[in-house]
Design a protein around this ligand. Sequence first.
Ligand SMILES: *Cc1c(COP(=O)(O)O)cnc(C)c1O
Length: 781
Amino acid sequence: MSKPLSDHDKRKQISVRGIAGVENVAELKVAFNRHFHFTLVKDRNVANKRDYYFALANTVRDHLVGRWIRTQQYYYEKDPKRVYYISLEFYMGRTLQNTMVNLALENACDEAIYQLGLDMEELEDMEEDAGLGNGGLGCLAACFLDSMASLGLAAYGYGIRYEFGIFNQKIVNGWQVEEADDWLRYGNPWEKARPESMRPVKFYGRTEHTPDGVKWVDTQMGEKNKVLLWQLDATNEPSMNMDSVINVGGYIQAVLDRNLCENISRVLYPNDNFFENKELRLKQEYFVVAATLQDIVRRFKASMFWLQRDCPHRLRRVAIQLNDTHPAMAIPELMRVLLDEEKLGWDKAWDVCVRTCAYTNHTVLPEALERWPIDLFHHLLPRHLEIIFEINRRFMEVREFPGDNDRLLNMAHLCIVGSHAVNGVARIHSEILIATLFKDFYELDPHKFQNKTNGITPRRWLVMCNPGLAEVIAEKIGEEFIRDLDQLKRLLKFVNDDAFIRDIAKVKQENKLKFAVHLEEHYKVKINPQSMFDFQVKRIHEYKRQLLNCLHMITYYNRIKKEPNKHWTPRTIMVGGKAAPGYHTAKMIIRLITAIGEVVNHDPVVGDRLKVIFLENYRVTLAEKAIPSADLSEQISTAGTEASGTGNMKFMLNGALTIGTMDGANVEMYYNRIPELKQAMDQIAGGFFSPKQPDLFKELVDLLMHHDRFKVFADYEAYIKCQDKVNQLYKNPKEWTKMVIHNIAGCGKFSSDRTIAQYAREIWGIEPSLEKIPAPDEKLK
Ligand SMILES: *Cc1c(COP(=O)(O)O)cnc(C)c1O
C-alpha cells in the first residue's frame, strides 16, 4: 500500500492555516528551542517525542496567552452580559492542532517543525485526549466553547477537571476491558492552576433559622478548587501506576481506592444516557455549581452594575445555561446565595434566578432522568432541600412538584420551574418534550419552551480533521464557509462539474487509504480501501441499536455465502464505542460484534468483500481520523429515542451518506415471516458465532425476541432493503459522489455557530458580534 500524501503537504495549500513567512517560522523556531531548553530542561541527547510535543505546545500556548489576557481586559472594560455554560462534561479531545488552526499558525508551525527535522503528525500524536465527557453531550459542550469564542461572546465554560476522564477501552478476547485514563500523567500544557483563587465548598451540616436569616452550619469543608475547570487541590500525586486493568462493576471504586482523599474531582462517571444514584456524583454536581456561582458573584461584584443597586439592568447581566439537569443545583444554590448571603428576599431572589437560568434537555429515556432520593439530599445539602421544598410549596399552588410519593426529587422539574427557557436539541425532540415528558409544564408556561437544534464546529470537524476536503471546497467557494457554514450551499452550482466530482471522490479515496494505513499500523488489521467504509461509531446502547447493524452484517454474510459468485458490493463495516462498565447488555453487544468479526473475517469464501471490525477505544481523536474516511454513516436508533445526535452531522459534513431511521414501524410478529431474519437469529442463538460457547448470546437473543424496548425486528426488513439500495448506488461512483455533494451543500444549518447564535438571541438576550477583540498589542478604541 503506497503512503498517501501527508497532511504536512496538504495543509501547506490552505491559506486559512496562516502564512509560513520566513520571519514567523524563524520566531517559532526560537521560541521552540527556548521552551525545549528552559521550560523542559532538555537537550537533543536526552529528548524524546513527548519533549518535542511539549516544547511545541508551550510555543503555541504563548500565542494564546497574550490574546487571552487581552480578552479579559476587553471584557472587563466593556462589561458585556456574561454567559456561563455549566456542564459536568467537556469532551475536548486534543488542543494543539485545534489551537494552531484557530490562530492561523498551522502552516508556520508545520514549516518550523519540518526545518527542525521533526514530524508534526508524530508530535501531535503525543498529546493525550482531554476525555472529560462520555459522548454527544460532552462533545456539544466542546463545540459550543469553540462557537461562543468565534462569535465573540463573553462566555465561560465551567466544569470539573477530572483527574481521570472517560476510561480507555481495551478489547481482550473480544470483550471490553476498562483501563483508567491517566491523562495528566505527563502534565497538561493547556491549563493554568490558580491556587490563589481557591474557594470553599460546603457539604452536610444542618440549618439554623435565626432572626437575621437562615444559616447553614456545622458543615464539612475541606473542598477547595481551581478556576474555570474546577479541580480539587491535589496534595500528593497518586503513587501507584494507573495502567492496571480494572474489573467490570468495580470500575469507579477501583479508581477511587487509589487515594482516599479528594475524590470529588477524581473521575468522570462513565454513563451515557443513564442516571446512577451515587452520593459522590451528587457531590460532583453540587461542587461545580457552588464553585461556579462564587466566581460569577465575584466577577459581578467587580463590575459597575453592582453599584447601581436599583438599576433594573443589574438583574440582566448574567445568563447561566444548564447542560442537562446535571448542574440543576445551580437553581437552589443561587437562591441560597441571594437569600441567605445577599439577603434579597424570596420574590426578588426568585425573579433573578428564573431570569438568569435556562435549561437544555438532552433525552427522554426514563432511565437517564435524574431523580435523587430525598434522604440522601437531606443528608448532603440540608439547606438546599429546604429551598427546594419552598419552591415546591409555592409552585404547588399551581400543581404538584417536584417531590413525589417515592420521595424522589425530579431534577428536570426543578430546572423547568427555575428557568425562563427550556429547550430540546432537535425539532422532533422539542416537539416530543412538550407533547409527552413536559406536557403539563408546557400547558402552564408555553412561552418557556423552545428548540435549539444541535450543531458541530466546522473548525474541528472539517478544517482540522479533513484538510483535503476543506481545500477542495475552498477552491470553489473561498474560505468564508469556515465562519459561515451556510455558504456551503454555493457548492450546489458544481454538482454536475465533472472535475469537482472527481476532486471530491479523490479526497475521499485518500482519506480511506490513510485510515486503512492507520488501522494496519495500530491494530494490525488489513482492510480493502476500495470497499465501502460503513461506520457506526457512538456509545454502545440498546436504543442506538448496534444490534440492528449486527443483523445486517449476518444477513449480508449469509447472502454472500449462498451465492458466492454474484457481484457483491464490498463493504468494511466498522463499529466503535464504549459500553458503560456496569451496562451488561452493552458489553454483550460488543462481544457479539467481535464474534461476528471472528467468523466473517476468516471465511475464505467471503474474502475482502465483507469485513466486520470493532474499532477499539472510540474517542474524539479516533473520530477525527475515522469520520473523514467514511462512505456510509449508520444512524439507526429507534425513532424518538435519540434526542439529536451530532455524529450524524460530523459524517455528513465529511462527505458520507447516511442510512437512518425516520420512524419506528409497529411491532408485530416479524420473526417467522422473514426467513433471513430467522436464519440470522438462529445462528446467533445456535452458537454459529461462538462455537466454543454456543449459549454465549442466549440473553441477547431472548432480549430481541421477547422484550426489546427498541424494536429492532420491526425495522429489520426496511433496513435491509435500504442497505440493498445503498449497495446499488455505491456501484455508480459518480451518482454516489453527487449525492455526497448535495449532502455537504446542505450542512450549513448544522454549524454550532448557528446553534449558539440562536441561544444568544433567543435565550441569553445578547447579540453575537464578529467584532474582533483587539490583538495583545492594540489599544482599545
Ligand atoms: C460526536 C461524538 C459522539 C456523539 O455521537 P452520536 O452518534 O451523536 O451519539 C460520541 N463520541 C464521540 C467521540 C464523538 O466525537
